[in-house]
Design a protein around this ligand. Structure first.
Ligand code: ARG
Ligand code: GLU
Length: 722
């Protein structure tokens, strides 16, 4: 008994004297020297802070980039070869795909530089350096200013800082707020625009498991693709040209063949998009009780309808697969977030924190003066914010985001209708019309009238039933009174009169955009539905939503500063904002639920176990089955097993897709591509027991390139470390 008590006291003492090594945090590369390097080295890192981020010498940051507009990628050779996810390269791969050359289905491998495919519009962005510019950004700011005045002044200041930093070079720059606007950092970047497609496995590998396995562990997706950066003869960025040559970087990642093992140190270096770790309990309540359930419900319906038509007709499956994936991705994450936050009792945890915080505020008159009204002010804002946020999201779901498809399609014609009506210059009119021609052709390639009609009926009905009258577009007055809420009948009447599903008719107008014809489109019932939804958004929802958001912004800034004063000894990290960050943790399995214990890696054997030629997402290519049977894994196997994916405790989020996962020596061991279901609430609250990032084992990537694709020549330019 006494011994037990002593042990207990000892544990308490231990826990309070030594900071617990959590794996939460997305750290600013420039500050790891000061904040993190000691802990990282204690956890196993063999590198210095300078090896990771330096402005004076080549460092790891020179090999990491933003890929396109929302992913991360890394350099893996001295000839500009880069690695990212299959789902990040998807758009580019799709654009090159035709019925004759279906690279999505069959994969693609350039067998020489000559065969690499250019991708107009695709760019990669490297960080050259960053700088804390808080002092200069906030020059002239005082507490008497309104939030709007403050924003204007900061934006003026920032413009000056940016001009000075860029200084007529070919670099570009931007400034981002950190810690909810308490700090500002400048980012100077170099953008390359000649990025060529080198290779990707077929979707049956790169998207194996599809939306069923998405956000889930155990996972077997070979989610990678390869591209190459080209530069001009001076190794500088240039527009596409056949004369360009492969970019020679100052740094690329060596690749480890050693694999990863339990508790190994790992870090993820990339571009996490956004997190909300310091919000008050009201925010979590708003999302999990007010907003997400309604959005999940409406997407349940979309997925059900799309799925039925996709299963019935292979043509529809191709047309709607990318829409389905995008609807499903956030839908599934929201459900996971609600579960994860419930399990954590996140609202009660936040409330307990807020009580402690308020007691601290009340104990000191100066704090009371600064922060005394903070939480009541928050409560007031959140009283209204949820309704407006839901209304905004709901109207978007119904009309503009994979909802009633003709309505959002018709919205694209608004600009042209305006231009023609106002007799604007012929150049503007014809440029708008020609843009619409390619948009129209693209739209109809992936459009199925009967699916759209079903979506229209179901989603309009949801809107009519779930949105209060004040947040229903004005066309609903007519639906309620004249159609007696018979949404099927309403749809029939609209689709009988509309021309928006008539591709030939639209193309004819676009090829000769005269006033009389565009007037027809303006009076089209589908366009009028768009206008009524647009009026509601612009006239009613946005103004109030923006006003509340601005108030929230100022409260968040105050609350962030207050939390930092309250928890003086805590080391804070700023919420993700799509700037370069470093997360570190260790390789670890987890226990998702009672009696289930997840191992930290999956293998090719698991792919074969999931094989089912009847199910599109689980149809394993024959070649992969043969390789499995023959056991021909080369130098890529470990104890006879071909590892495929692994999990670790690194704190990541959307945007981290494609990020390098690096071992203690700074060698590439994986490519990040997802998070495990039980931990997706980490954008709002991190739980070290349940939060895991999912990575592709780099040895599976090499195995596929070498043995599956027969593109082993690519391995020659890599630096493989045994
Ligand atoms: N969940 C991952 C991410 O958020 C992968 C999404 C793409 N894959 C999919 N099956 N929808 O981006
Ligand atoms: N798949 C996500 C992305 O594309 C990463 C998964 C996550 O949210 O952590 O960025």
């Amino acid at each position: 008994m006494i011994r037990r008590k002593l042990l207990f006291i000892w544990i308490i003492a231990f826990v309070s004297f030594f900071p617990v090594f959590g794996d939460e945090g997305m750290w600013i590369p420039m500050l790891i020297e000061k904040l993190n390097i000691q802990e990282m080295q204690e956890k196993g890192l063999k590198l210095s802070a300078e090896d990771i981020y330096s402005v004076n010498k080549a460092s790891m940051k020179d090999a990491v980039m933003i890929f396109g507009g929302g992913c991360t990628a890394e350099l893996i050779s001295a000839e500009g070869l880069l690695l990212t996810n299959h789902h990040c390269g998807y758009r580019s791969i799709q654009k090159h795909s035709t019925v004759e050359h279906d690279y999505l289905t069959n994969g693609f491998w350039a067998m020489s530089h000559k065969e690499e495919l250019p991708n107009p519009g695709l760019k990669v962005t490297f960080l050259k350096w960053m700088e804390d510019v808080t002092g200069k950004s906030l020059e002239g700011i005082n507490s008497g200013m309104s939030e709007k005045e403050r924003e204007e002044r900061i934006s003026e200041n920032n413009q000056k800082i940016i001009t000075e930093a860029v200084n007529n070079s070919h670099f570009s720059a931007h400034i981002e707020p950190f810690f909810a606007g308490n700090q500002y950092f400048l980012f100077v970047e170099e953008v390359f625009r000649d990025v060529r497609f080198v290779g990707a496995p077929p979707s049956s590998i790169g998207k194996f498991g599809g939306d069923t396995d998405n956000w889930m562990w155990p996972r077997h997706t070979g989610d990678f693709s390869l591209f190459r950066i080209y530069a001009n003869k001076n190794n500088e960025p240039a527009e596409f040209s056949p004369d360009n040559v492969p970019y020679e970087p100052v740094k690329f990642f060596p690749i480890s063949l050693k694999g990863i093992h339990p508790d190994d140190f790992t870090m993820v270096f990339g571009y996490p998009g956004s997190t909300y770790e310091y919000v008050p309990s009201y925010h979590i309540k708003m999302l999990t009780k007010e907003v997400y359930p309604k959005l999940i419900d409406i997407r349940d319906k979309k997925l059900e309808l799309m799925n039925a038509d996709m299963s019935a007709d292979p043509k529809v499956r191709i047309q709607y697969s990318s829409k389905y994936a995008s609807v499903s991705n956030s839908w599934k994450r929201w459900i996971g977030e609600i579960n994860g936050l419930d399990k954590l009792d996140a609202i009660a945890k936040k409330q307990a924190f807020e009580n402690g915080f308020m007691a601290w505020v009340a104990s000191d008159p100066a704090s009371q003066k600064k922060y005394g009204t903070l939480l009541p002010d928050y409560r007031n804002v959140y009283n209204d914010l949820g309704r407006y946020r839901l209304a905004r999201d709901y109207i978007n779901e119904v009309f503009f985001r994979n909802g009633a498809e003709l309505v959002s399609f018709s919205s694209k014609f608004a600009n042209l209708i305006d231009l023609v009506e106002n007799e604007d210059s012929p150049e503007k009119v014809s440029s708008a019309a020609s843009q619409l021609i390619s948009l129209t052709e693209g739209f109809f390639k992936d459009y199925n009238l009967s699916t759209d009609k079903k979506l229209f009926v179901a989603l309009m009905k949801k809107c009519g039933e779930n949105m209060p009258a004040e947040f229903q577009p004005s066309v609903f007055i007519n639906i309620h009174s004249k159609f007696n809420d018979d949404y099927g009948k309403y749809m029939e009447s609209v689709y009988k009169k509309t021309s928006f599903f008539n591709e030939d008719f639209l193309l004819e107008i676009l090829n000769n955009p005269v006033k009389s014809k565009l007037k027809k489109l303006k009076n089209d019932p589908v366009f009028q539905i768009f206008e009524s939804a647009d009026d509601l958004m612009k006239g009613k929802i946005y103004p109030e939503y923006s006003r509340l958001s601005l108030e929230l912004k100022s409260l968040n800034r105050k609350y962030m500063a207050a939390q930092m004063e309250y928890q003086k000894d805590k080391i804070f990290y700023s919420d993700a904002n799509f700037t370069l960050r470093l997360s570190y943790g260790s390789v670890k399995g987890y226990i998702p639920k009672d009696a289930v214990n997840f191992k930290y890696y999956t293998t090719l054997k698991g792919i074969i176990e999931k094989d089912n030629p009847q199910i599109y997402d689980y149809d394993v290519p024959d070649k992969l089955k043969e390789l499995y049977k023959s056991g021909d894994f080369g130098q890529y196997a470990e104890n006879g097993e071909m590892h495929v994916c692994f999990i670790a405790t690194n704190h990541t989020t959307g945007g981290n897709s494609g990020s390098p996962v690096v071992n203690a020596e700074g060698q590439l061991v994986g490519v990040n591509f997802d998070r495990a279901w039980e931990g997706v609430m980490s954008d709002l609250m991190f739980n070290p027991d349940q939060c895991r990032n999912i990575s592709l084992d780099i040895r599976y990537v090499l195995f596929l390139i070498d043995k599956f694709a027969g593109a082993g020549y690519l391995l020659d330019e890599m630096d493989l470390v045994e």
